[in-house]
Design a protein. Structure first.
Length: 731
């Protein structure tokens, strides 16, 4: 009876009158799936018999019945997803008017439509070992990470065959797409000898933390990933006791939501409250700026890089010249036979504009002129992807396709046994010049071969989304970079026509690229650190990985992007992960839940909503402006605006010593010419009784060039280097 009275007291009479007045307006609207987010759960309401869940669902139904037209109650008052473990809320079918009314309710933080998010679709761990100069400890202690549980939110998991993971999937989490299996095995794959993709990338496959356990949550289909379902999976994962959550999913950068309308940001905030680390992919919308997603400061955001392995495909031209390109093609073409070579615009279908034919648009080529030939396609219009070009040419009965694409030439595309190769602009010009110089040009595309010890590596992937972040430029995003190009990992064996060489079985492995592949590398590294340092919090693990990341490639030169320019932190974050070095970072930056609540204040959210999110009587600082976000105790520094003629901008940080008790660190600044950076104090000494020390960094930009200036501050004790990257926009 007491519970019933409690439920009824949720709704005041004035609020009910408002909802009834809006009922007629919603009669003619089409209901859509909405998420209703109501903040943190009340720990007091939890009981051993699941009483909280019962009360929550009852209260949600009561709430729905108060806004839905009585004539539609029987068919529309139902809960799709019930969130009641780490946070409160539900999803349901609502009209826009009903959603608007709900958003004004005193217990509701936000109401937003369920959006479809997208998947951010070996040798990589050997490469990371090589950079560290030593073997990762799991090679000698396979049980190092036995007690760490990784929650993988993705397309599910395939738990049969020789796939490189050791986990038991529950319920209907069976993977039918393959993306989830690939990411899970990258993060926590068991060792599998003689793994390869039809002979390519042959070796021992393993994940980053092979002994960690996997909890798989299936939220995605080939059509995308429901935000409401992702939020439910995060709620369940927190309840299940996972140590960290890996999410290789995100919104399109063009449609980024406010933090309180973003299911991943909401779920990750409450995960952080519960001590659960959340690692997310940065997105695949590079190389343009402002494309990075999953940018909340409580999310560890991962960019993608290459490793020192390439899949090289050779083109033999009829004039004897050899051109090197990139792809994964398993064709049977050989040096003994050449095929006529044509440019797309020269074999255009009737009435087709030249621009469409040169880019191999669907329907743009004359199949009679294409059959039996190798076709060259330009890439002036990136909306016609290389996959589409391949299908267009293949459907026209061509013998192969050469795609000219400067941006994606370093990201090998798997074309099955159809002859495919991608080249850059310089190589493309050589091929087109050859076509124009002879009456009967010919070419052969040889099968792909694996090339190791490529230099330079790593290189920022062209597709990897770039910063600065759209929602706030006062946090540096992405955070860090990890291998995400041509990654070999477990896959569902698929019998797809044209994808399997004749006479061979479907492969249990696949080579994939994307920040989807980079994200589980960081998850595996974080799980490895968690197993070795079980008392470390998520922010300490993040800090350890960030301040020890490397800024150099395997040529001991600064990291570069795919255009061969020196990469900046909006591309790489703080640099490439170095899991071994992160075990002993020396100093760390602890970011607390209170820091995140202050961030929400500075960003402009109401104190009421923040209190609902935190389930505390937290009060915002009297001065709450966005530029103060830069003062959050984060392992990197970003300043969105530094006026050239203003006084120095002072940023505060506090470091915690996790190394030897009696340590002394000295700061060294690396800044671009014209930007004056001063650290106070520039020498800090720790003792057994002094573990935390604050310091200030002053930035003065009078002589600095306009735009973003990048640099770093390195604290050094003679053995350990703690590097803090900064990004300062001078105006």
């Amino acid at each position: 009876m007491a519970n019933l009275l409690l439920l009824l007291s949720l709704f005041s009479l004035p609020w009910l009158l408002i909802t009834l007045s809006g009922a007629s307006a919603s009669n003619h609207e089409t209901p859509k799936h909405y998420v209703v987010y109501m903040g943190a759960t009340d720990p007091i309401s939890v009981n051993e018999n699941g009483g909280r869940a019962q009360v929550s669902e009852s209260s949600y139904l009561q709430l729905l019945s108060s806004i839905i037209n009585p004539s539609q109650e029987s068919e529309r008052i139902s809960i799709v997803h019930n969130y009641n473990h780490a946070f409160r809320g539900f999803s349901a079918m609502l009209t826009q008017s009903e959603a608007s009314v709900l958003s004004d309710h005193s217990e509701v933080v936000s109401v937003f439509p369920d959006t479809m998010l997208q998947l951010h679709t070996t040798r990589s761990w050997d490469f990371l070992e090589g950079k560290a100069g030593r073997l990762l400890p799991w090679t000698t202690n396979k049980h190092l990470s036995d007690d760490v549980i990784i929650g993988i939110i993705d397309t599910g998991l395939l738990s049969s065959g020789n796939q490189s993971y050791d986990a038991k999937a529950k319920g209907s989490a069976r993977d039918t797409v393959g993306h989830g299996t690939h990411t899970a095995s990258t993060a926590a794959g068991a060792r599998v000898a003689n793994a390869s993709y039809y002979g390519l990338a042959k070796g021992t496959a393993r994940g980053g933390s092979p002994s960690a356990r996997i909890a798989s949550y299936k939220t995605c289909s080939p059509d995308g990933c429901s935000g409401a379902t992702i939020l439910k999976a995060m709620d369940d994962a927190i309840k299940d006791g996972v140590d960290m959550i890996s999410i290789s999913i995100g919104m399109d950068s063009l449609f980024q939501s406010d933090y309180l309308n973003d299911p991943i940001a909401i779920g990750a905030f409450h995960a952080e409250q519960m001590g659960v680390m959340v690692i997310c992919s940065a997105g695949n919308n590079g190389p343009d700026p402002y494309t990075v997603v999953n940018t909340a400061p409580w999310v560890f955001t991962v960019a993608a890089s290459s490793i020192d392995r390439d899949f090289q495909t050779t083109i033999l031209l009829g004039n004897g010249r050899t051109i090197k390109g990139s792809s994964i093609n398993l064709s049977n073409q050989s040096r003994s036979k050449a095929y006529p070579l044509v440019f797309g615009k020269d074999v255009a279908a009737k009435f087709t504009p030249e621009a469409e034919a040169r880019n191999c648009y669907p329907g743009s080529l004359d199949s009679k002129k294409v059959a039996g030939k190798i076709v060259v396609c330009a890439n002036d219009d990136p909306t016609v992807t290389r996959r589409i070009k391949k299908l267009v040419v293949e459907d026209a009965k061509a013998k192969g396709v050469i795609v000219i694409d400067e941006d994606e030439k370093g990201v090998p595309f798997d074309s099955g046994f159809f002859s495919f190769v991608e080249v850059g602009n310089d190589e493309g010009s050589q091929i087109l010049n050859y076509i124009n110089s002879t009456k009967k040009p010919t070419a052969t595309i040889l099968p792909t071969v694996e090339v190791l010890r490529q230099r330079p590596a790593p290189v920022v992937a062209s597709f990897s989304s770039r910063g600065p972040a759209q929602l706030t430029e006062n946090i540096l995003k992405p955070d860090i970079m990890a291998p995400g190009v041509a990654i070999l990992a477990a896959m569902i064996p698929k019998s797809v026509q044209g994808a399997i060489p004749i006479g061979l079985k479907p492969s249990e492995f696949a080579v994939k690229s994307g920040t989807s592949m980079a994200c589980p590398h960081v998850t595996g590294a974080a799980a490895f650190i968690k197993s070795a340092r079980p008392r470390w919090t998520s922010s300490i693990i993040r800090s350890a990985l960030m301040t020890t990341a490397t800024e150099y490639n395997n040529m001991r030169k600064p990291l570069t992007n795919s255009s061969n320019y020196i990469a900046n932190p909006h591309e790489t974050g703080v640099g490439e992960i170095n899991p071994i070095k992160a075990l002993n970072p020396g100093l760390v930056f602890e970011t607390t839940v209170e820091n995140y609540l202050q961030f929400l204040c500075y960003y402009g959210y109401s104190e009421k909503n923040i209190r609902s999110m935190a389930n505390t009587r937290f009060s915002c600082p009297k001065l709450s402006i966005e530029e103060l976000i830069s003062n959050m105790n984060y392992p990197s520094i970003s300043i969105s605006q530094l006026k050239q003629h203003q006084a120095a901008k002072v940023i505060e940080r506090t470091v915690t010593n996790v190394g030897p008790f009696n340590s002394t660190y000295i700061a060294k600044v690396h800044s671009p010419e014209g930007l004056v950076v001063k650290v106070t104090p520039d020498k800090i000494a720790f003792t057994r009784g002094l573990k935390r020390v604050p310091f200030q960094v002053s930035f003065y930009g009078k002589e600095a060039p306009s735009g973003y200036n990048f640099g770093s501050i390195t604290w050094f004790d003679g053995r350990r280097s703690v590097r803090v990257v900064f990004s300062v926009n001078v105006e």
